[in-house]
Design a protein around this ligand. Structure first.
Ligand SMILES: *Cc1c(COP(=O)(O)O)cnc(C)c1O
Length: 410
């Protein structure tokens, strides 16, 4: 750790799993003992030297860590403002930051004597990362996925099956991510004796948000050291990440939370417009509420239920946000902005053409805001963006959409 004394990560969550007013355990009471068992096992295992060593080995060999920090020189020159740098989480095995915590959960499961990992997935990114980690550690893997999503994303469903996972289609309700989460939770409540729930983001009841944050913190620890080395000892002035539940954001923020001079920015999806149901900008338009077992900020409809959400980036289409992100915003440590579908798609194309990097549409939201921010800041400042994943999965969609509008040209 680069800091001494009491760090943010030491102070939060508190003993009850709260981050200020947010967090806690609001799952059905009969699951209390299950979560207590997990919290206890994690506390013991996390600091064991064997566990750390095994985690480091698999991060290096399977995942390809450390991922580099890279200067987007061409776009920075085009803008003429602050310099733009990216943390290349798109270079992780399976194409996004999610494998950082999937590998951690797989190791944890094995050490706890569990044989199986259970999770939900939306577009399949979390499912593929988890299936890969499960295969490496000889664990069964059961991925719950809305039936609508199963039909939509053939390639990831095939990959999960190839990697040995069982994909469970969920046909109830709207048959997408929310129903898949409910179904995965139900499966865990029935199978916790031999299975561990590997949640997809820094959400859910305590201790899940903490475990995901801790496993993702490798991103920020690396980024801090790499940035200091690239700049000869200067920290970034701004750190930017897109936020759904907050796992990639907390990962990169973790390297800078105890440096008050570094401004932290969250970017939410504005979708088609600011009208209800047309976006997934939870912190921007949401209210305090309880979702998936934690007290946090929730995007709610008139009846107080979770809103329908929309974003061109399916990984950002979530009506909640993790409790630690909610606290960081409430205390003023984190500022929140948005980027629209249209901006994200335009940025996807721009970064591909100017830099030779195809960012995920999720990450394109963070980049879109960072480019806007850079234009208004002096060249002496530097902005670090977490490039959370690669955009191969989005290419067909963007080409169809942009060709329709004649934007791509020759
Ligand atoms: C899932 C995903 C996200 C959003 O999830 P967080 O938990 O908020 O990070 C962002 N980027 C990519 C590439 C993803 O796959």
């Amino acid at each position: 750790m680069p800091h001494s004394g009491s760090t943010h990560a030491d102070r939060f969550p508190d003993a009850d799993g709260y981050y200020g007013d947010f967090g806690g355990n609001h799952w059905p009471p009969h699951l209390g003992p299950v979560l207590d068992e997990l919290a206890g096992a994690y506390e013991e295992i996390r600091s064991s030297p064997d566990f750390r060593r095994e985690l480091d080995t698999v991060r290096t060999g399977l995942q390809g860590r450390p991922t580099p920090v890279h200067h987007l020189e061409n776009i920075s020159d085009e803008i003429g403002g602050a310099g733009l740098y990216v943390k290349r989480e798109d270079l992780n095995h399976t194409g996004a930051h999610k494998i950082n915590h999937c590998v951690g959960f797989a190791l944890l499961a094995r050490r706890m004597g569990k044989r199986k990992l259970i999770a939900e997935t939306g577009a399949g990114q979390h499912g593929v990362a988890l299936a890969s980690a499960a295969a490496r550690f000889g664990l069964d893997c059961e991925v719950h996925m809305g039936a609508v999503d199963v039909d939509k994303v053939d390639a990831n469903v095939g990959l999960m099956r190839l990697l040995g996972a069982r994909v469970v289609p969920v046909a109830s309700g709207q048959a997408t991510l929310k129903e898949a989460s409910d179904s995965a939770l139900h499966a865990y409540s029935e199978q916790h004796g031999h299975a561990l729930y590997a949640i997809g983001s820094a959400i859910g009841p305590h201790p899940f948000p903490m475990i995901v944050r801790d496993f993702q913190s490798v991103v920020g620890q690396e980024a801090r050291a790499q940035f200091l080395s690239i700049t000869g000892g200067t920290l970034p002035d701004h750190v930017v990440a897109c936020v759904a539940g907050g796992s990639n954001a907390l990962g990169v923020y973790s390297g800078f939370l105890d440096d008050p001079e570094v401004a932290l920015h969250a970017v939410e999806p504005l979708g088609r417009s600011a009208r209800p149901g047309q976006h997934a900008a939870t912190l921007t338009f949401g209210r305090p509420g309880t979702l998936h077992g934690a007290r946090s900020v929730v995007l709610q409809d008139d009846g107080g239920g979770p809103s329908t959400v929309l974003s061109v980036a399916s990984g950002l289409a979530y009506p909640g946000v993790g409790p630690e992100i909610a606290m960081l915003r409430a205390t003023g440590r984190l500022s929140v902005d948005t980027a629209s579908d249209e901006e994200a798609v335009a940025t996807f194309v721009r970064v591909a053409r100017s830099e030779g990097i195809v960012p995920a549409l999720e990450s394109s939201h963070a980049l879109a805001f960072a480019i806007r921010l850079a234009a208004g800041r002096p060249p002496t400042e530097r902005i670090l963006v977490n490039l959370s994943g690669r955009g191969d999965k989005d290419v067909d969609f963007v080409l169809a959409r942009q060709d329709g509008g004649g934007v791509l040209g020759g």
